[in-house]
Design a protein around this ligand. Structure first.
Ligand code: HEM
Length: 225
């Protein structure tokens, strides 16, 4: 029999396929559509970047204690870290006092709280959030960067869009390939099928948290008809 038919689906394929529908939903949200369509001002982009600051702080603060964890540890790589980049972007867009007026939308607070909870109590769940953000940033994030540079005149890969620039990753395609290998390697440390399914479900939840954030941003930046 053809071995491709008998081989179980790899975890990287499973998680990608299972979140495909939510990906389309996030990608086609009104806020993203308006942002990528060049219909929103730079203030909306800055507001979005501010919300990412809360999410990545949760992801990257949470990473500290997971470095040696057998499940989450291998995913934690310094070249992915985004908080410093986001802070440079915010200083550029909002000025040096960017932190003073910064507020998290309710959806952002809920998202960051869930990431923190996973980081503290459930490494597998943390991996689901890690995957959803960082692999997305390395993929569709590049499309967002290009549009932002064009729409609001940021220097190519410069201040304002540094969040989307991974200086330490020379070959994103290769990096994504090795990341998928790490996902597939979870089979060894997470042999339990039920636990793998829970991680996939958490990934869907991560997408839903992003979509909820886009909904609130969309309500804050409605297009005047
Ligand atoms: C307008 C916004 C978006 C666009 C244009 C976009 C586009 C893309 C594209 C083209 C890929 C495929 C890249 C490849 O196969 O190498 C991709 C993958 C991915 N995106 Fe998005 N995306 C967007 C929003 C999002 C959002 C909001 C999230 C979640 C926060 C996300 C998470 C992901 C993930 C996790 C992958 C990797 C899938 C995998 O290969 O396992 N994307 N995106």
């Amino acid at each position: 029999m053809d071995s491709a038919l008998t081989q179980p689906t790899s975890f990287s394929t499973l998680i990608r396929t299972a979140s495909h529908e939510q990906h389309t939903e996030a990608e086609t949200s009104t806020f993203m559509g308006d942002l990528l369509g060049g219909r929103l001002g730079v203030d909306a982009f800055a507001r979005y970047t501010e919300q990412l600051w809360f999410v990545y702080r949760a992801l990257e603060d949470g990473a500290q204690s997971l470095r040696d964890d057998p499940v989450a540890g291998p995913f934690i790589r310094p070249e992915l870290l985004r908080v410093a980049e986001i802070e440079r972007d915010l200083a550029h867009m909002r000025g040096e006092g960017w932190r003073a007026g910064l507020t998290a939308l309710p959806a952002t607070a809920a998202y960051a709280a869930r990431v923190e909870e996973c980081a503290r109590t459930w490494p597998g769940g943390y991996v689901a959030h890690h995957y959803t953000r960082y692999l997305g940033d390395l993929s569709g994030g590049q499309i967002i960067r290009g549009k932002a540079e064009k729409t609001w005149g940021f220097a190519r890969k410069g201040d304002g869009v540094r969040f989307y620039v991974f200086e330490g990753i020379a070959n994103p395609a290769e990096f994504k390939r090795s990341y998928r290998e790490l996902l597939d390697g979870l089979d060894l440390v997470v042999p339990d099928e039920l636990e793998k399914q829970r991680i996939v479900d958490e990934c869907k939840r991560a997408f839903a948290l992003n979509t909820a954030l886009f909904r609130e941003l969309g309500a804050e930046f409605p297009l005047s008809a």
